[in-house]
Design a protein around this ligand. Sequence first.
Ligand code: HEC
Length: 173
Amino acid sequence: MFIFKCGTLMLCALVATTVHAEDIGTPISNSDLSSWDISIGPDGDGLPQGSGTVAGGATVFMQQCAACHGATGTEGPADPLVGGHGTLTSDAPVKTVGSYWPHATTLFDYVRRAMPYFSPGSLEDDDVYAVTAYLLNLNDIVDDGVELDAQSLPLVQMPNRDGFVSWWPDKPE
Ligand code: HEC
């Protein structure tokens, strides 16, 4: 009986309420959308303007990241970001962004959207490029003097690139 009454009430409520499309929220503006539209493709599609050096990234890392990831990116308490090379096929694989992740562009995307942990989205794009360059340098993937931007970052070859089957931009045959 309760179910019947409840159903009847809901039906009455629906009949009594006329919903107009214009009452449901407001259209999102392009400028509001841009702060959400930040996905970077593995091939670098969507990377913003700007650039950053390994040296600049060292400063960003010490100020914004080392407290959780350790002074050399290995000590924690949060995930180690450096090392693990050559361990993936061993009995004790160490998966870091350097040893495991297949695309350097994903590192940029992740840091820009998710780090620092308690203030994601707070870094300038130049700082994201810089700290990405620094982490790749700590992992011996790029040289000390490197400066990364939208053109050079997608060209960085990650050690485990061939450990994944990429469906981007097309599913392989
Ligand atoms: C307050 C602590 C904290 C700070 C500061 C912080 N991180 Fe993190 N970071 C974390 C935690 C916790 C995780 C794991 C998040 C998860 O698994 O959801 C993480 C994960 C990561 C990962 C992914 C690691 C993996 O192997 O999956 C990267 C890359 C990273 N952080 C980079 C950075 C960078 C770069 C900065 C500085 C700009 C930074 N973090 C600052 C706590 C922090």
